[in-house]
Design a binder for this molecule. Structure first.
Ligand SMILES: Nc1ncnc2c1ncn2[C@@H]1O[C@H](COP(=O)(O)OP(=O)(O)OP(=O)(O)O)[C@@H](O)[C@H]1O
Length: 332
């Protein structure tokens, strides 16, 4: 395994600041802290060449995990081994083997042209001239960097800046890439371009990648596997195809009945919502066929109207976030 995480815990210390003059003095002299657990003993492993999406609602612990994996943060407890190294303890040697992109921040020098950062990285990583030129040519072509490399970074659009940031994270040819929301704030065309680039780097160069996102399209279009984290715990670790198959087979049936029924029994379907005489059922097409279900419904009850809806991957993920996790149990 290239990345191995076992029972990883990260607690943050929060200053218990209380209001008022007396408390302000007390806070200065005897600061009190409370513990905030961001990651709650998670374990997973990633093999060489895998591309894994790391998703979860706000505050789930994604960025914290990526920061630990990239050696920025020290874990409170647990074991993290990446490429045979402890990211935090072996930081100096480790950074040359990984690339990190934080969508919300940039590693480029803000007031200088982007090309100056690339020159600086060449020196820092001691990249030979030929390798540097080869990579710059490749990135310029694939990401159209030449359009704006001479402009100060602060003048770049978000999409241009992100393309330069991704190239900067890869200029030293790392074996592993960590992305924290690489498509955040980008328009659909810019997102697609970055996904395409990420995909080809994984497929052609075999770079192992883990990336966080809130955009399910990022995951569907680039990853084979996804890990869902919620409140510091992993709630799903599954192949994207399996989730897709599950969502392909799940349907919702909403029925408006002609009168009030105390009890409705529809074999193969479970009622999930009720509003007066309108009720919503959930069923799976590999367990019960739609025509049979509707025939059964019509023969038993007086029906005024009905609709059948598909469940997309986003809805399945929403169910997982909401703690139901029926998808996870069934999929796994
Ligand atoms: N430096 C910090 N000090 C204290 N608490 C923190 C710190 N950084 C993160 N946290 C807390 O840890 C929890 C996990 O945060 P984290 O940033 O890892 O979540 P996330 O999944 O990346 O969220 P988002 O999708 O909103 O970026 C949150 O409750 C957050 O408030």
């Amino acid at each position: 395994m290239l990345i191995q995480v076992e029972q990883l815990v990260k607690d943050y210390q929060l200053n218990k600041n209380q209001k008022g003059f007396f408390h302000a003095i007390k806070n200065l002299l005897m600061p009190e802290y409370q513990k905030k657990r961001a990651v709650n003993g998670i374990s997973f492993s990633i093999s060489e060449g895998e591309m894994v999406g790391f998703i979860g609602p706000n505050g789930a612990g994604k960025s914290t995990t990526v920061k630990i994996l990239s050696g920025v943060l020290k874990p409170t407890s647990g074991k993290v081994i990446v490429n045979g190294m402890d990211p935090f303890r072996n930081r100096k040697k480790y950074v040359s083997q990984i690339g990190v992109v934080f969508g919300q921040r940039t590693q480029l020098w803000w007031d200088l042209p982007a090309e100056d950062t690339f020159d600086l990285l060449k020196t820092i990583y001691k990249i030979p001239d030929a390798t540097f030129k080869k990579n710059m040519d490749m990135f310029s072509e694939m990401l159209d960097l030449h359009e704006f490399l001479h402009q100060p970074v602060r003048q770049l659009s978000l999409g241009q800046r992100m393309r330069a940031d991704i190239a900067a994270a890869m200029i030293h040819e790392p074996a592993i890439l960590f992305f924290d929301e690489p498509t955040i704030g980008l328009d659909i065309v810019a997102k697609e371009r970055i996904r395409e680039f990420i995909r080809s780097m994984n497929q052609e160069k075999g770079i192992t990648m883990l990336f966080t996102t809130h955009d399910m399209q990022d995951i569907e279009k680039t990853c084979e596997r996804m890990i869902v984290i919620d409140r510091g715990d992993i709630v799903c670790d599954s192949k994207v195809d399996e989730i897709r198959q599950f969502s392909d087979s799940e349907r919702k049936l909403t029925v408006k009945f002609g009168r009030q029924y105390d009890r409705i029994e529809l074999p193969g379907a479970q009622m999930i919502k009720e509003a007066g005489n309108t009720k919503t059922f959930q069923f799976r097409t590999n367990e019960v066929k739609i025509p049979e279900l509707i025939a059964e419904l019509m023969s038993r009850y007086e029906v005024l109207d009905l609709t059948v809806q598909e469940t997309d991957i986003e809805s399945i993920i929403k169910q997982i976030y909401e703690g139901g996790a029926p998808a996870y149990e069934s999929v796994s």
